[in-house]
Design a protein around this ligand. Structure first.
Ligand SMILES: *[C@@H]1O[C@H](CO)[C@@H](O)[C@H](O)[C@H]1NC(C)=O
Length: 152
């Protein structure tokens, strides 16, 4: 976090409804979000899942002045005029959960939609390692039964 130049990102554990909220990472770049809330968001992240360099933040006075209104993660990050490419990937390419939300109750097994299953199984993405190594969930049973066309 200390070396954040603009915005750095990482997975957060114990976040409903998927048990984890994380950027989807391919070749060290963020290509999407695995969060389970609105897919309409540009940055589907939780407050506990990112850090902003304070000097970079202060260069965006609109962000600071709008913080009292429309105060959600997506809105906040969009005021920084950044793209997915600007996000600095932490926690070993987002394959580890180092931050946990402690006030949510975890389901026994995450409810995962078909599209997410495809992401989880995808060998080029961080999600499989993240679920297997950090959350102890074996995703190999979750291979989607039909091919889904998802471009990342
Ligand atoms: C992240 O992934 C890239 C390749 O996708 C690899 O070169 C790099 O070593 C990885 N970094 C870490 C910290 O695992």
């Amino acid at each position: 976090m200390r070396y954040t130049r603009k915005v750095s990102v990482w997975p957060v554990g114990l976040v409903q409804p998927l048990s984890v909220s994380t950027p989807i990472v391919k070749n060290s770049k963020v290509v999407g979000f695995h969060d389970g809330r609105s897919q309409a968001k540009k940055f589907a992240m939780r407050w506990t899942g990112f850090a902003v360099n304070i000097e970079f933040l202060l260069q965006h006075s609109k962000t600071v002045t709008s913080m009292v209104r429309n105060f959600d993660e997506d809105y906040f990050l969009q005021t920084l005029n950044i793209d997915l490419d600007d996000l600095e990937v932490k926690a070993n390419n987002c394959t580890q959960v180092l931050a946990w939300n402690t006030k949510t109750v975890q389901r026994k097994f995450p409810k995962v939609e078909h599209m997410y299953k495809y992401h989880l199984y995808h060998p080029d993405l961080n999600l499989r390692l993240l679920y297997q190594n950090t959350l102890g969930i074996n995703v190999s049973d979750w291979m989607p039964t039909k091919t889904t066309n998802i471009t990342l």
